[in-house]
Write a protein that binds this ligand. Structure first.
Ligand SMILES: Nc1ncnc2c1ncn2[C@@H]1O[C@H](COP(=O)(O)OP(=O)(O)OP(=O)(O)O)[C@@H](O)[C@H]1O
Ligand SMILES: [Mg+2]
Length: 362
């Protein structure tokens, strides 16, 4: 048991070291630009080209054979290229590093992922809305509720309430604004087959809502593995527009990646994929002013003698990209203790909420 756990810790450290050393500059750029969108440089002077680039074939340096290779590998959209690492692109298409960087920058440029002024950012941030969790204490801890234009990550052991909060958001996001909702529908990516419509019905009824209507506004997809999970996220965009999706729940964000990339040699790849996936979610959050709530598992760190030995999986990629990180653990009876681990603008703190038959409450 201890041996197993020790191996897992080595694994996270590997995550971070490998990814940092192998792809240092672009990995850093990707994670630290979570709020101010990506910086496109190379092609930004050629403004006229912006409107022309609508597919990967239009990118400079991509001929038909490279385009075909990219399509085969599933890199068929500007968005996918914009969020990928130069090393990833080199591997798939066989282009040199310089060309890979150019292609990625051109894709970022085409999507207008360049600089904007602080005033623009402030203007966009004024549009942020919040979904109540059902617990005022928890809402206050995170500045009023689960925010749009952000990724809220929760990690904790099994049974701690991560999925329960996800279900509650499925109900609450549908409420009108004055009741703490966004008046929209929800996309739910279920990677562990733990989506329970019956439980959501129970929560909806407790609020006097028609469960059939509530469930009708939740668009659920079961992910078979990490690749499928990424694909589902990539396919979400038209639905976001058509169905007025205001919240995306990914439960669990990391489990499939963890299961699919087990060997040490695969860790850098896993982190790259996870990075790509989470940055896509972040783009949706920004571009469509929606909330993203993701769950994450924990593992034990055996060398900690005092204090809580539980740490989230996912390494630096996730730590840097999540806007709000919450750590939840069980307390007595139906109570849960939740801690805000790090946030760009709020103090760390800890509060108690409850998971009751009616849902999440104080
Ligand atoms: N109908 C209900 N009424 C009251 N409490 C419930 C109900 N359904 C679930 N719970 C509580 O929620 C707990 C399960 O929490 P949840 O499914 O959110 O765990 P989780 O953090 O997602 O765990 P995992 O990592 O295994 O996915 C149960 O152990 C129970 O305490
Ligand atoms: Mg769960």
């Amino acid at each position: 048991m201890a041996k197993h756990a020790a191996k897992e810790v080595t694994e996270t450290m590997m995550d971070e070291n490998q990814v940092n050393s192998q792809t240092s500059s672009s990995a850093d750029a990707q994670s630290s630009d979570a709020h101010v969108m990506e910086i496109g440089t190379a092609a930004s002077k050629e403004k006229g080209k912006k409107s022309v680039i609508t597919s990967i074939d239009d990118l400079p340096g991509i001929g038909p054979s490279i385009a075909a290779k990219l399509r085969d590998a599933g890199y068929d959209k500007l968005e996918t290229l914009a969020y990928c690492m130069p090393s990833e692109l080199q591997e798939i298409s066989g282009v040199g590093e310089g060309s890979a960087v150019k292609v990625i920058n051109a894709a970022r440029d085409a999507l207008e992922m360049g600089f904007e002024t602080g005033a623009d950012v402030l203007e966009r941030r004024k549009l942020i809305e919040k979904i109540t969790t059902g617990s005022l204490e928890l809402d206050n801890l995170i500045g009023g509720g689960i925010e749009t234009q952000a990724i809220t990550e929760i990690f904790g052991k099994f049974g701690s309430g991560k999925s329960q909060i996800g279900f509650q958001l499925c109900v609450n996001a549908q409420l009108p604004k004055e009741q703490g909702g966004l008046g929209g529908s929800i996309a739910f990516i279920d990677t562990e087959s733990t989506f329970r419509p019956e439980r959501i019905s129970q929560m909806a009824e407790a609020k006097g809502l028609d469960p059939a209507v509530v469930l009708g506004n939740i668009h659920v997809a079961k992910a078979l593995n990490s690749n499928h999970q990424m694909l589902l996220a990539e396919k979400l965009e038209p639905m976001i527009r058509e169905k007025n999706i205001r919240a995306i729940v990914v439960d669990s964000l990391t489990a499939a990646f963890r299961a699919d990339y087990v060997g040490r040699g695969e860790l850098a790849e896993r982190q790259q994929k996870l990075n790509q996936h989470i940055h896509l979610l972040l783009r949706y959050a920004d571009q469509y002013n929606l909330a993203v709530y993701v769950t994450n598992q924990v593992m034990d760190k055996p060398d900690i003698l005092f204090g809580d030995p539980t740490i989230p999986i996912g390494g630096h990629v996730l730590a840097h990209t999540s806007t709000y990180r919450l750590y939840v653990r069980r307390s007595k009876e139906d109570r849960r203790i939740v801690k805000l681990v790090d946030s760009p603008n709020l103090p760390d703190g800890e509060v108690v909420f409850r998971v009751t038959p009616e849902g999440i409450m104080d």
